[in-house]
Design a protein around this ligand. Sequence first.
Ligand SMILES: Cc1cc2nc3c(=O)[nH]c(=O)nc-3n(C[C@H](O)[C@H](O)[C@H](O)COP(=O)(O)OP(=O)(O)OC[C@H]3O[C@@H](n4cnc5c(N)ncnc54)[C@H](O)[C@@H]3O)c2cc1C
Ligand code: FES
Length: 297
Amino acid sequence: MTDSAPLPRPGAASRAPFGRRLCTTASSRDSGGYRVVSLVDREGPEPLPGQFYMLAAEDGWGAEDGRAFLPRAISVAETRVGAAGGGIRLDFLLDAVGPGTRALCDARAGEKIWITGPLGNSFASPREVAPGAAGAVLVGGGVGVAPLALLRRRFSERGVPHRVLLGFRDRAHSGGLDLFCGSSGALCPEVRLATEDGSQGVQGRVTDLLLSILAGDDAESGVVYSCGPPAMLEAVRALCADHGVACELALESPMACGFGACFGCAVPKPGGGYLRLCVDGPVLRGGQVGEVSHAYA
Ligand SMILES: Cc1cc2nc3c(=O)[nH]c(=O)nc-3n(C[C@H](O)[C@H](O)[C@H](O)COP(=O)(O)OP(=O)(O)OC[C@H]3O[C@@H](n4cnc5c(N)ncnc54)[C@H](O)[C@@H]3O)c2cc1C
Ligand code: FES
């Protein structure tokens, strides 16, 4: 594996402007059961892989009794600097699980969405996570593939050797897979798929693919980066711990403010105390995490 330069980390250059801002929806399209909503941000900095935004639709953002919803935390899945008319295009991969994500999925081109961000920390380069590690294995499941799409592109641009393992229920539920396609529209060659019914890639779970890599001779020369459902993240964390491989996990917890003020996102630390996932995360190293399923589900 070749050397890998440090990835930029959140700092002055990627700090969210104060307050929220209204962005125009550039497009909205289906993606394997999910929706990709693209906004044009004319004020904010370019986000880093792993960072997220708090989103709220301008219209219809509240219950029938008039109570307004809180904004919802959503990872940035892809960016394009120099979007039509200037600014940065931000792509979000959305799973409509409740009223907030449904309202965001319903936004059509021209409609407006409030955003705050980019927020939270970001993934580090393999060398920063584990001295001597130069390559990466990205492991994603479900809507958790979102932050890994941007990470994959950054690793490609920086020449960091990487493999991408993605898990889906079946072909019909492979949302976000198109975010891992090159300009030709074909799936990037480093991507391997697992589906539970075998309709795409190997039959089984994405962690089966990970296990076959971790069982290899040079597994410790890479770092695992993962995002997905809590049970998958816990399996990834445990596999990495068993094989002595460093990992970074992008976690979720309910968030109200997104910038450290409300403590709604607090998750327990293994040795006692709490982390605020919105400012201390959402990306945590394997050693900072207890059992994902119990602590964060
Ligand atoms: C840092 C971060 C990044 C995220 N990135 C994405 C993303 O890229 N795409 C995406 O679709 N979703 C993402 N989510 C999850 C998203 O924020 C929640 O699904 C959303 O807030 C649910 O709001 P709702 O009104 O649609 O549903 P609600 O009615 O609020 O919830 C519907 C169901 O989802 C559960 N739920 C709500 N919030 C969360 C949460 N944060 N984690 C786990 N379960 C939850 C509830 O318990 C309930 O069962 C992210 C969350 C975090 C914290
Ligand atoms: S969401 Fe408010 S402190 Fe983290």
